[in-house]
Design a protein around this ligand. Sequence first.
Ligand SMILES: C[S@@+](CC[C@H](N)C(=O)[O-])C[C@H]1O[C@@H](n2cnc3c(N)ncnc32)[C@H](O)[C@@H]1O
Length: 361
Amino acid sequence: MIQENLFIVTTHPEFLDAGLAEIRRFDKRLTAVELLAPGIALCTVPDVPALMRLAAEQHPIFVRHIAPVQAIVLLGNIEQDVGKLALATATLPTFERLERGQRFAVQTRIIQGEGGSVKHPYTSGQLNQALAEAIVVETGAVESIKKPQIIVSLLCSATKGYLGISLARENLSDWPGGARHFAQVPGQLSRAEFKLLEALEVFGVTLPTKGHVLDLGAAPGGWTRLLLDAGLHVVAVDPANLDPRLAKQPRLEHYRGYAEHYLEEAIKTHKNFDVIVNDMRMDARDAARLLGQAARCLRSDGFVVSVFKLPHATREIDPLATLRAALALLNKYYGVVQARQLFHNRQEVTVVTARPQPSLA
Ligand SMILES: C[S@@+](CC[C@H](N)C(=O)[O-])C[C@H]1O[C@@H](n2cnc3c(N)ncnc32)[C@H](O)[C@@H]1O
């Protein structure tokens, strides 16, 4: 059956309500129909393409991924499902977007039943491959996993396949469900490294090839390692030890103390950094206050990448109020403030700010 008003929203499981509230701001008529898995909700609005265009323009913070659902296919958990899904894909009205030469990717997610009770006789990789091969033969479109223009999204639950075709940029992420995975590399010091890599990619910022970076809350040193590898000089601020593998790095200075103290000195001595990064474990509002001070040590064309840790929601504590307060503080010091809850963020969001206001530069 062809559907016109269904779509799937993916967020961090703890931030699903926040993500849905953001979508409701784009379209008040949003209805959440079914929770398909933690952080994955089937929803309706009257005009899904319009909603996806608006979301792509406005960059919501908590919505990681949106996929249209234009057909729902009943699955028997048998191998014949693959042919059924391929046929359903080819009969979607949006299938005509897959023209000769267009770069496309099939992105399948399989969600297990409760406790992983349902075993599908195919993997997401096998479904991607089978559908992509059928599309290439049928349309002459070109499969491109890394730079697709068109995405065929498929989410398989225990009993149903949810299918849709959309422009990649309107899914809000080039990765299925926004799940950006990076390969582990030899010498990696912490999983936190992925957070910085993902932030640079999502916000489209590039590290300078030379210059000085202030790394606040640097230990054990994953971000420091990436910054050194990029050819930069790094002042790593943390009372904790850095990983011994960073010892004797010529472009590294470890200030073994608190950011509050370092910044006081840095402002007095007129230190100037090209980039400031922050991953300190502290209240987001305190971090924002410190980054406000740090603006005085940032070159006028520099930028900040910062993680803001958020509290878990309780009856008394609203993590979104904490975030709003932190962003408002940051807005006083920086011209541009963008925030996203990234795949590698846990109970936190990542913020990129730039252009300190002229009076502070
Ligand atoms: C999540 S870890 C940072 C991980 C690091 N980005 C990496 O890639 O390895 C948080 C760090 O913040 C540091 N921290 C917390 N409060 C701080 C403060 N006031 N000043 C400096 N560092 C602080 C902690 O000691 C801890 O090492």
